[in-house]
Design a protein around this ligand. Structure first.
Ligand SMILES: Nc1ncnc2c1ncn2[C@@H]1O[C@H](COP(=O)(O)OP(=O)(O)OP(=O)(O)O)[C@@H](O)[C@H]1O
Ligand SMILES: [Mg+2]
Length: 230
């Protein structure tokens, strides 16, 4: 479904990704771990079409994405949930969902159903301003919005960052529900307990490179190895 081959990505003159390759098969949930500044966000932004590699290629469902904008990729079912947890804070939760429904060409009742199916408590918050939501609720709204339009590939950047442990468990439950529904996702995550329980594979990034891929469950369960890269 996704084949990233040997990409370099630069900000101005600074090269931040070096020869990065990553594959995702249909129905896989793959995690990226690595220290601050390793290039994880840059990789997700590049897959989503917001940045273009200066070298290498990205194929999505067999199609080279080089000429495709992020909007075009979104139309083709790619959903990027950014690290900053930014919602339309002056709009209500319902209006935030409506914008996603409009963009995806989906009717509002289906959209609301998709969003509330992952977190029924959002039903009670529909008329609240999104800016007043807690960090966890905002992230849930963003993941819910990403589900609108029945997308095919999720790119989620640090969904549990900055959240209290109990809220992390809510996010974990939502991600495991998505996994049960066989979604395909590349997720950046520093919380190794989430990674261990959900990952089909783990990529470790360091200084703009993928330095290791772990596909053995036993190795994933050994958090010491992973921790040494955080
Ligand atoms: N807009 C930008 N302009 C220039 N350099 C940038 C920009 N954004 C990120 N960088 C640099 O690119 C490198 C990779 O950053 P990136 O945000 O991809 O890392 P990350 O692994 O997501 O880090 P974090 O864990 O802090 O989210 C860093 O050295 C960072 O300083
Ligand atoms: Mg980041």
């Amino acid at each position: 479904m996704l084949d990233v081959k040997g990409i370099d990505v630069t900000y101005g003159r600074a090269k931040v990704l070096h020869d990065v390759s990553l594959q995702l098969n249909q129905g896989e949930m793959v995690f990226i771990v690595g220290r601050n500044g390793a290039g994880k966000t840059t990789l997700l932004r590049t897959i989503s079409g917001l940045m273009k590699p200066s070298k290498g290629s990205i194929a999505y469902n067999g199609e080279d994405t080089h000429g495709l904008s992020s909007a075009k990729l979104a139309q083709k079912g790619v959903r990027y949930v950014a690290q900053d947890k930014r919602v339309f804070s002056h709009l209500t939760v319902r209006d935030n969902i409506e914008l996603a429904a409009y963009a995806a060409g989906e009717d509002m009742s289906t959209a609301i159903q998709r969003v509330t199916s992952i977190y029924p408590k959002l039903n009670d918050l529909m008329d609240n301003k999104a800016g007043g939501l807690s960090g966890g609720e905002r992230e849930i709204l963003l993941i819910g919005r990403a589900l609108v339009g029945n997308p095919r590939l999720f790119l989620i950047d640090e969904p549990t960052e900055g959240l209290a442990a109990i809220v992390m468990e809510d996010i974990f439950r939502i991600l495991s529900q998505m996994k049960e529904n066989n979604v395909s996702a590349v997720i950046v995550e520093q919380n190794l307990s989430t990674v261990n329980r959900l990952a089909d594979r783990v990529y470790i990034m360091k200084e703009g490179k993928i330095i290791r891929e772990i596909s053995e469950k036993s190795e994933m369960a050994d958090t010491k190895e992973l921790e040494s890269h955080l």
